[in-house]
Design a protein around this ligand. Structure first.
Ligand code: FMN
Length: 189
């Protein structure tokens, strides 16, 4: 069982990072092999909508996303963690998500050769916002959940937390526990 953590904050050791580490610890305790990717340390350009991948399944942009595509295909579950920036996800996470295009054909169906690996793959989300109202992150949840619904991925749910200063989330025991549980769920088919 392989669980891939995708960290979308540019702040390493940040609130999103701490919660993702908790989730990965939960997954590890459930017996999974875990790996974390810090998107800010990778070179990931935006999708060009050139549609070449619709035919080949391979993105023409030769950057770090090509390796991440392979890791996504190999993982049993993927947990994303991202803060709210201007009522939306960070640019790092958006560039990553847009590059999922390479998995689909022109009708937004899985590429035939990817379908066996992507079918039913589990996907979860962690959001952090400065606003005490965690529903500020609803647009991010909508984005990931709609992607899961459209492509028939298994939606694991979202942990939505609130914190501002780097590391403040550590005081939120409920969010820490929920993130850990999300990781455990990801590792439990
Ligand atoms: C550029 C920028 C934009 C932000 N926009 C919002 C926002 O629209 N709503 C909000 O609640 N918090 C906003 N925040 C606050 C962050 O979501 C908050 O500090 C969060 O804890 C950062 O997560 P991190 O520690 O994982 O980096 C913003 C922060 C930055 C740097």
């Amino acid at each position: 069982m392989k669980i891939l953590g995708i960290m979308g904050s540019p702040r390493v050791g940040s609130n999103s990072d701490i919660l993702l580490d908790e989730a990965l610890a939960g997954a590890k305790e459930a017996g999974a092999e875990v790996e974390k990717i810090i998107l800010d340390k990778k070179k990931i350009s935006g999708c060009k909508d050139c549609k070449k991948c619709n035919e080949t399944g391979i993105c023409v942009i030769k950057d770090d996303m090509l390796e991440i595509h392979k890791k996504i295909l190999d993982a049993d579950a993927i947990i994303h963690s991202v803060p709210v920036y201007f009522w939306s996800m960070t640019s790092q996470m958006k560039a990553y998500l847009d590059r999922w295009c390479a998995f689909f054909d022109a009708l937004w169906r899985w590429q035939k050769n990817y379908y066996p690996k992507m079918k039913g793959k589990r996907i979860g989300l962690i959001t952090v916002c400065g606003d005490p109202n965690t529903h500020t992150a609803d647009p991010i949840v909508h984005s990931f959940k709609s992607t899961a619904d459209m492509t028939k991925l298994t939606w694991l749910g979202a942990v939505m937390a609130s914190a501002s200063d780097k590391g403040d989330i550590i005081k939120d025991k409920k969010a820490i526990m929920q993130a850990w549980e999300l990781g455990k769920k990801a590792a439990t088919p």
